[in-house]
Design a protein around this ligand. Structure first.
Ligand code: HEM
Length: 231
């Protein structure tokens, strides 16, 4: 029963909340659809953290799409041996995973440690940062440590097959039962972030600001009160 909940009901609920939540937010809160930049409070850490996070997360995302979406038999059919795939996935994945983690660490540290940034943050901002940091940490841990400690475990024989089974509407919870804990925690927290996504600042990801390149800068100006003239 618990396995059915964790590996069937929970992921489906997260996916439904992700889709319906976005429709709801778009219809009722378009003015709140923003990344809520805090750049005007602190620039340097934001720039480094955000750059590292975004440079890392894009290859990590591509790695997830191929690792979870492409069956092992397909990569074998085009001549990529499991050993070769594993080497590329683990070392490439870990490299970009560490870059993503470094970026997220700086962003989270900045959000909690700089008083003015923290004051400007909502509870949802703090939860999003902490949860992302956890997901990335446990993902890198699983890829680097668990993969090397648990001999014979290959996520493409279990997690990837289970993941695809969700989308073919034939979910097989049994595939996740023997998976090491670090991977299980990573996958559950990974789904959780999708469920809260529509209600947080993460929605900015769907509004890639292509027009930033050509548009004028936003200027933040101090509002000076006009000085009273002495009588
Ligand atoms: C939605 C469900 C998710 C599943 C099923 C999943 C699955 C996986 C798997 C199987 C690995 C290990 C890859 C390997 O051993 O080479 C991994 C690693 C990783 N995941 Fe996820 N993940 C999910 C969500 C996320 C999310 C939302 C993030 C980031 C916000 C994330 C970030 C990472 C990172 C940084 C790594 C380590 C580097 C890498 O191997 O790419 N994952 N994930």
């Amino acid at each position: 029963m618990i396995n059915q909940f964790l590996w069937v009901i929970f992921p489906y609920v997260c996916m439904v909340v992700f889709v319906v939540g976005h429709i709801f937010r778009y219809r009722y809160d378009q003015f709140g659809w923003t990344a809520k930049s805090s750049e005007f409070i602190e620039k340097k850490q934001l720039m480094i953290g955000s750059l590292l996070f975004h440079l890392g997360i894009i290859p990590v995302f591509i790695g997830h799409v191929s690792g979870l979406g492409i069956p092992k038999s397909w990569t074998q059919a085009v001549g990529i041996s499991d050993h070769m795939y594993h080497l590329g996935a683990v070392w490439g994945g870990v490299f970009f995973g560490v870059v993503t983690f470094a970026g997220m660490f700086i962003l989270t540290f900045r959000r909690f440690s700089i008083k003015t940034v923290r004051k400007l943050s909502s509870t949802s901002d703090l939860i999003v940062n902490s949860l992302l940091l956890f997901i990335i940490f446990i993902g890198v841990y699983a890829a680097l440590v668990t993969n090397n400690v648990v001999v014979g475990f290959d996520y493409r024989d279990s997690i990837s097959v289970w993941f695809r089974s969700l989308f073919t509407l034939q979910p097989d919870a049994q595939l996740m039962v023997g998976v090491p804990l670090s991977f299980q925690l990573h996958v559950l927290s990974g789904f959780l972030i999708f469920a809260i996504w529509p209600f947080t600042r993460l929605v900015h990801a769907w509004s890639v600001p292509v027009n930033y390149v050509g548009r004028s800068y936003i200027l933040y100006r101090r509002h000076e009160r006009p000085k009273r003239k002495a009588n």
